[in-house]
Design a binder for this molecule. Structure first.
Ligand code: NOJ
Length: 548
């Protein structure tokens, strides 16, 4: 006897629960700036544990922690000295295990960050490579090369670092003479690993298991297009023949990682940091035996403009469709200017090169748009990332004193790029300035005097606050079947200044980017609006979810 699965109510596709990561809300924690449990001014795991109720009440499904491992913090932890040790500034491995378990007890999963492209120059492998000298097996795990020029005084290539400047640093050999150069696509404190070396591959698979065995649900993969290099190290860099970005051989690494992730009874999830302009090259990372999802930076970088965002949505959905992976929606993270500042600028797009001091912004407008953008991104099918503090509407802190800045992007730009510290300022929990607004200690970056206005305490229970908007929005994503599903269609009204799309049978999302209010279509119920509706109209810079 055969069973017609399509009519069996228990197994019909619509009834099967989608894997959690396809529609999850994932909250990004930058541990240094989230909450300080021991009063030393640096956020830590004790602080996160104490604030788990906040995350529970926000309704998120998972937490992504930027690196919490032992690190000299030359690049905010993306210079990992030892993956098996929690940085003492953040706590202990024991506390990390407790945190993972406590979060799981609240129904919240944990994602950790893995940084395959490079390690810290303090990592034991790199220290061993320096000590062992030229031509040693220890140096094979990195990219050591003799320099060009008569005396090797010129770097092996002229490649430019993502952090400005060159990508090679010359070492002094154990005998005191100038020696070879090593490759670092980022800061000199972040030597690049050689992924052609079997140790590099084996060690990373062990690291994955180390954290998967401790109950983490997945990993976020840093700079995921960059670990593989053309071994010939050609000097020339063109978009078509790129020696260190998106090399075809890279996919084999992630296939190996996927096999590790799939070997668990509850398969673990791979999320890639994939910055690629070409949506089709991007989608190759999401084939069914590679990563599960990857950050959608195209959407994040677009200006506040209906056509621009529509283009990003269309190309995102088109690229993901054929590989069957869900899109992700991201408004900001620890590397970019916060939405609640950026959207008030004349040019509200994001680009690393365009970053500068003193760009004027209209904060009230940015706040209004950040609210609408939250509703827009939360209404799209796929998973949603919330960067800590976005749920409070925190703006970028643009007037940090120069002498407190820490970001290598600032220093390596020669001081023209303000860097990424302004989106990393410790969070305000209360309105009490005396306790660093509930963060604790003397924060490693100073908080603005008005930070208390954005605090959780101030916003809690206020029906008009950003926090209330985020809580309601996330709760609706969970409770509305149309938002849990993956159905999406453009709707009547979608046009020059308005984005309009339908989710499932009965839910309509509209966002007005224009300068004048537009009429709402007939509807049964307003589920949620990002601002006050004027009669039956949707004002400028406002989004609404309607039941139709
Ligand atoms: C991307 C991370 O998000 C960023 O913070 C870091 O500086 C670089 N990768 C290098 O690891």
């Amino acid at each position: 006897m055969t069973t017609d699965l399509s009519t069996d109510p228990l197994t019909a596709p619509a009834e099967q629960a989608a894997p959690w990561w396809r529609g999850a809300v994932i909250y990004q924690i930058y541990p240094r700036s989230f909450a300080d449990g021991n009063g030393d001014g640096t956020g830590d795991l004790a602080g996160v544990r104490a604030r788990l109720p906040h995350l529970k009440s926000l309704g998120v499904d998972a937490l992504w922690f930027t690196p919490w491992y032992s690190s000299p913090l030359a690049d905010g932890g993306y210079d990992v000295a030892d993956y098996r040790v929690i940085d003492p500034a953040f706590g202990t491995l024991d506390e990390a295990e407790q945190l993972i378990a406590e979060a799981a007890g609240l129904g919240i999963k944990t994602i950790v960050d893995i940084v395959p492209n490079h390690v810290s120059d303090q990592h034991e492998w790199f220290q061993a490579a320096l000590a062992a000298g030229p031509g040693s097996p220890e140096r094979q795990r990195f990219w050591f090369r003799p320099g060009r020029g008569e005396h090797g005084e010129l770097p092996p290539t002229d490649w430019e670092s993502s952090f400005s400047g060159g990508t090679w640093t010359r070492v002094t050999d154990p005998d005191g003479t100038p020696g070879d150069w090593y490759l670092h696509l980022f800061a000199p404190e972040q030597p690049d690993l050689n992924w052609n070396h079997p140790d590099v591959r084996a060690e990373h698979e062990r690291v994955l298991r180390f954290w998967f065995d401790r109950g983490v649900a997945g990993i976020r993969i840093d700079s995921a297009t960059m670990p593989v290099k053309d071994p010939a190290l050609p000097n020339e860099v063109t978009p078509d023949a790129h020696p260190f970005v998106d090399r075809d051989e890279i996919h084999d690494i992630y296939r190996g990682w996927r096999a590790v992730a799939d070997s668990y009874a509850e398969p673990r999830v791979l999320v890639g940091e994939v910055w690629l302009a070409d949506p089709h090259r991007f989608a190759r990372y999401l084939r069914t035996d590679e990563m599960h999802t990857a950050f959608n930076f195209d959407f994040m970088m677009r200006p506040w403009d209906a056509d621009e965002l529509r283009t990003a949505i269309v190309s995102t959905l088109d690229a993901h469709g054929p590989v069957g992976a869900p899109p992700t929606w991201v408004l900001s993270n620890h590397d970019v200017t916060r939405a609640a500042t950026r959207y008030g600028r004349e040019d509200s797009s994001f680009g690393f090169v365009a970053r500068a001091f003193g760009i004027p912004t209209d904060l009230a407008k940015a706040q209004r748009r950040a609210r609408a953008a939250a509703l827009l991104s939360a209404a799209l099918p796929g998973s949603l990332y919330v960067y800590q503090g976005d749920e409070l509407g925190l703006p970028e802190v643009e007037d940090l004193p120069l002498d407190v800045l820490q970001d290598p992007m600032h220093f390596r730009s020669g001081g023209t790029d303000p860097g990424r510290d302004g989106c990393r300022v410790p969070l305000p929990w209360t309105s009490d300035a005396g306790s660093a607004f509930g963060f604790g200690g003397t924060p490693w970056l100073p908080q603005p005097a008005n930070w208390g206005d954005y605090s959780v305490e101030r916003q809690d229970g206020d029906p008009r606050s950003m926090l209330t908007l985020y809580r309601t929005m996330i709760a609706l994503r969970r409770s509305e079947p149309a938002l849990r599903g993956e159905e999406f269609a453009w709707a009547a009204g979608d046009g020059d200044d308005v984005l309009a799309f339908r989710r499932g049978e009965d839910l309509l999302c509209l966002v007005n980017f224009g300068e004048t209010a537009v009429d709402l279509p007939s509807h049964l119920e307003v589920l949620l609006a990002s601002g006050e509706l004027t009669g039956s109209q949707l004002p400028t810079d406002t989004a609404v979810w309607l039941r139709v």
